[in-house]
Design a protein around this ligand. Structure first.
Ligand code: UT7
Length: 325
């Protein structure tokens, strides 16, 4: 019998504090930095973002998202034997955010580890969990994307600080005889590591390097549109399916212009592309599971439908997972 993995529950969590573009523009102006809702919305499609409280961490948001996904799946934390957390803003250097979430959920015993692939982290984690389930290494997995990017933003750099938000999304992936995840493709090209990074660390008790996110926005934009197009085609081809078979495209939520350009290149109608960047801004590894959960809960994504999730981000990394819901 061939073993597959299926998404059997989704969940998400957002910090309470909602900051609209108008709020942010006022906060920036108080520091002498000029921006506008017109610029932010016009260039990115972002209208608002949620920002974590001072003591709110990726593990807290991830645990809330995981609990919601478990409830949707009708499963208990003790049913899970694998936890993968995609994050670039872990609580600590170590232990992993996955181990902290496992402790919070009271699900000791199974494997738990973090994946570091920045905004592609969720598809990297999902592809890894799928492979582990299909090879019998795990039966039920939580795959979580959780981020507090507000912690690594330079709030004096208007070119980046307006783009990101905090949040978490999660899925429960379970072994099944019916195919759920149909194909996955993952890629990286480390030659582009400089275009998007937070090149800092701790050394001897002090911060070394530059602990804030820096980005060459236009280089990221061009590369993103190109790889989101190629990896979508590659993943569908692996499953013997065509673009016309897709019910929904869920690209990484960084910029609505990147998503529209990708949709146009692929020939997907705009109403088939799930967009939540307007509500959440770019939440890095959390963006895809947040968008997925939003569209499952508002009734757009229905059981049996075919979805393609696509991540792209720092590294440079990119990848896609094709799934039957
Ligand atoms: O998770 C993946 C990570 N990131 C992405 O996917 C982002 C990819 N890149 C982008 O989305 C776009 O490149 C941005 C939205 C970041 C920037 O858009 P752009 O059209 O490439 O603008 P730009 O960087 O060329 O800046 C244009 C102008 C500049 O002014 P001058 O030099 O033309 O006078 C910037 O200083 O816009 C100015 N600007 C701003 N103005 C008002 C930059 N940030 C702001 C701001 N408010 N917040």
């Amino acid at each position: 019998m061939t073993l597959y993995s299926r998404i059997v529950g989704t969940g998400s969590a957002l910090p309470e504090r909602l900051v609209t573009n108008a709020d942010l523009v006022v906060e920036l102006a108080a520091r002498g930095i000029e921006s506008s809702d017109d610029w932010i919305f016009g260039r990115t499609g972002i209208r608002q973002r949620h920002l974590a409280a001072r003591d709110e961490t990726s593990s807290m948001l991830g645990e809330r998202a995981a609990r919601a996904a478990l409830a949707a799946a009708g499963l208990a934390a003790s049913d899970v034997d694998l936890i993968i957390v995609a994050t670039s803003t872990p609580d600590y250097v170590f232990p992993s955010t996955a181990c902290l979430i496992q402790k919070g959920l009271g699900a000791a015993g199974g494997a738990a580890f973090d994946v570091q692939a920045v905004c592609s982290g969720f598809v990297y984690g999902l592809a890894t969990a799928d492979a582990m389930i299909r090879t019998g290494m795990a039966r039920r997995a939580l795959v979580i994307g959780a981020e507090v990017f507000s912690r690594i933003l330079d709030w004096s750099d208007r070119g980046t600080c307006v783009l990101f938000g905090d949040g978490a999304g999660a899925v429960v992936l379970a072994a099944d005889e019916r195919p759920g995840i149909l194909a996955s493709k993952l890629h990286a090209d480390g030659r582009h590591e400089e275009i998007l990074r937070t090149a800092g660390n701790v050394q001897g008790g002090a911060i070394t390097g530059h602990p804030f996110l820096t980005m060459d926005g236009q280089a990221v934009f061009k590369l993103a549109v190109s790889v989101l197009d190629s990896v979508a085609r590659e993943t569908l081809e692996q499953a013997g399916l065509r673009i016309g078979d897709l019910d929904w495209l869920i690209p990484h939520q960084a910029n609505v212009r990147i998503m529209s350009a990708t949709g146009r290149k692929l020939g997907i109608a705009p109403e088939r592309v799930i967009v939540t960047v307007d509500q959440h801004a770019n939440t890095s590894a959390a963006s895809i599971p947040l968008a997925l959960d939003t569209a499952v809960r508002d009734g757009r994504i229905k059981p049996g439908q075919l979805i393609l999730m696509e991540g792209v981000g720092g590294g440079f990394t990119w990848g896609a997972v094709l799934a039957r819901m």
